[in-house]
Design a protein around this ligand. Structure first.
Ligand SMILES: [Cu+2]
Length: 175
């Protein structure tokens, strides 16, 4: 894989040098191009409009499924599992430590002092979800667990001498 990437890069660079050399060596040659430009200026206008439409369409398609949940929506109305989380030097305070699988969990995360990173890890210590914990803000993290187990909450932002000791527990049970 690495060597394939290397060869593709090498070939691309050599062809680019070739193109540059061709353009530079032909730049002194004068040619009549008014007929050429007349024909292509119209195309250029249409091409520009086409690219604008394509760009706006792609923006709408790709930005709509934005991966972050709405920060203004009131989740308590929907019967989701809501956990208020607050990070402190150096511990986590959570309004609940038990959730069930296959139902969205809304973590409402803030901090009592400095910035922390709220990271949810599974039993293999793989990061499954995370959000920033910031003073003066409540950031929402919506995550649906699919595997039961004992999950851990670790801090993802260095916040002082006992940063590594900020370990919380979350029990995820079968529904
Ligand atoms: Cu921290």
């Amino acid at each position: 894989m690495q060597s394939a990437a290397w060869y593709i890069t090498l070939i691309s660079v050599i062809s680019l040098i070739g193109v540059f050399y061709f353009v530079i060596s032909n730049s002194k040659v004068k040619e009549e191009y008014s007929s050429f430009s007349k024909a292509w200026y119209g195309v250029r206008g249409k091409w520009f409009i086409f690219l604008i439409i394509l760009w706006v369409t792609l923006l709408i398609i790709t930005l709509k499924p934005f991966p972050l949940p709405s920060q203004t929506e009131n989740y308590s109305d929907k019967g989701d599992q809501i956990i208020d989380v607050s990070g402190h030097q150096w511990y986590w305070v959570m309004s609940s430590d038990t959730v069930v699988i296959d139902k969205p969990v809304v973590f409402q995360v803030t901090t009592g002092d400095v910035n922390h990173g709220f990271g949810v890890y599974n039993e293999k210590l793989e990061l499954v979800a995370q959000v920033q914990a910031m003073p003066g803000y409540t950031n929402k993290l919506v995550y649906t667990f699919t595997q039961p187990g004992k999950y851990r909450i670790l801090c993802l932002e260095y916040c002082g001498v006992a940063h590594h000791g900020m370990i919380g527990e979350l029990n995820v049970k079968e529904s």
